[in-house]
Design a protein around this ligand. Structure first.
Ligand code: NAD
Ligand code: UDP
Length: 310
């Protein structure tokens, strides 16, 4: 098997590269390093089955030889990143997805799209089921990401229906773990960096908004199962254990007894979703998938990683 992974030098992408190499696949990682880093795939570069191509996939993607799978993960993913790069975010969701689908079609390969819980916006259905159409502010600051991913889902389904391609769509809920960028602005790296440096912990709003955090190896296992399945409609992959962001801060503080960090409140960003939890009935029944790493264990492993890089 030969698998192309766009965004393979990012947080999730690098774990996918590792997993497919471990399966014995050849892996071609295509990344322009906008929000990723070669450090994430350093260890893999000695492997003759691994190849890195520096390329903006919104321009074009050219790969010699046969390809069996195309996994399209290229896109800024942290709100701070996509707010800093709104136009590249829209382009990679639209043009990048079009190019990745074109590659898969030309090679007669399977295609898997990294979609997101953000396509549900600030949801008024809870927990979020795949049938829910979402509540997105198209012209708000998060619109560049949410609408790019909604377009990406639409064009993926069009290629599936019109060209009869084997396509898969994973709707990823908040995922965390080693190789998140320390300064990517997401809540986990922020809180961990802050407790390790003894800086104030920045809680946005009153901290009552909720998220459900999935450890990265569980996500990778779900993606792997979805790719191998024959299910073309979107599937939520996430950990349904929901907590408030304030509770998350307390859990992280408890991991560093004696930390000097205290909580400070900062304004809640516009359109920040108030509640988010995946309904994973489809992943359970169709893929036989369940998350295995609980938050206590996942946070401990992630803090060890950040301790080494801070
Ligand atoms: P990340 O920023 O660590 O990785 C994204 C990678 O894509 C980076 O290496 C970046 O350099 C690359 N990239 C961006 N634009 C590109 C372009 N035009 N051409 C080539 N490469 C480009 O983010 P992540 O958390 O690993 O997210 C990966 C994917 O998963 C994204 O598509 C994201 O939308 C999706 N996702 C992630 C989460 C999460 O919680 N981590 C949740 C929902 C969806
Ligand atoms: N958040 C926070 N402090 C931070 C960073 C984020 O309170 O330093 C909150 C943010 O407002 C949101 C949640 O944590 O409610 C998750 O934010 P993140 O940026 O990780 O991703 P999102 O789920 O919003 O895409």
């Amino acid at each position: 098997m030969r698998t192309v992974i766009t965004g393979g030098a990012g947080f999730v992408g690098s774990h996918l590269c590792e997993r497919f190499l471990a399966d014995g696949d050849e892996v071609v990682c295509v990344d322009n390093l906008l929000t990723g880093t070669l450090k994430n795939v350093d260890r893999l570069r000695a492997d003759p089955k691994f190849r890195f191509i520096k390329r903006d996939v919104s321009e074009s993607i050219e790969i010699d030889g046969p390809v069996d799978n195309v996994l399209h993960f290229a896109s800024p993913a942290s709100p701070a990143d996509y707010l800093a790069h709104p136009i590249p975010t829209l382009k990679v969701g639209a043009l990048g997805t079009h190019n990745a689908l074109g590659l898969a079609r030309a090679k007669d390969a399977r295609f898997l799209l990294a979609s997101t819980s953000e396509i549900y916006g600030d949801p008024d259905v809870h927990p979020q089921v795949e049938e829910y159409w979402g509540h997105v502010n198209t012209i708000g600051p998060r619109g560049c990401y949410d609408e790019a991913k909604r377009f990406a889902e639409a064009i993926t389904m069009a290629y599936h229906r019109y060209h009869g391609m084997k396509t898969r769509i994973v709707r990823i809920f908040n995922t965390y773990g080693p190789r998140m960028r320390l300064d990517d602005g997401r809540v986990l790296p922020n809180f961990m960096k802050q407790i390790l440096r003894g800086d104030p912990i920045t809680l946005y709003g009153d901290g009552g908004q909720t998220r459900s955090f999935c450890y990265v190896t569980d996500l990778v296992d779900g993606i792997h199962r979805l790719l191998k399945s024959d299910y073309a409609l979107p599937v939520n992959i996430g950990n349904p254990s929901e907590i408030t962001v304030a509770q998350l801060a307390e859990e992280i503080i408890a991991l560093a007894p004696g930390t000097k960090s205290a909580i400070v409140h900062e304004p809640l960003p516009q359109d920040d979703p108030k509640r988010r939890r995946p309904d994973i009935a489809k992943a359970r029944t169709i893929l036989g998938w369940e998350p295995k790493v609980d938050r206590a264990e996942g946070l401990k492993r992630t803090l060890e990683y950040f301790r080494a890089v801070v």
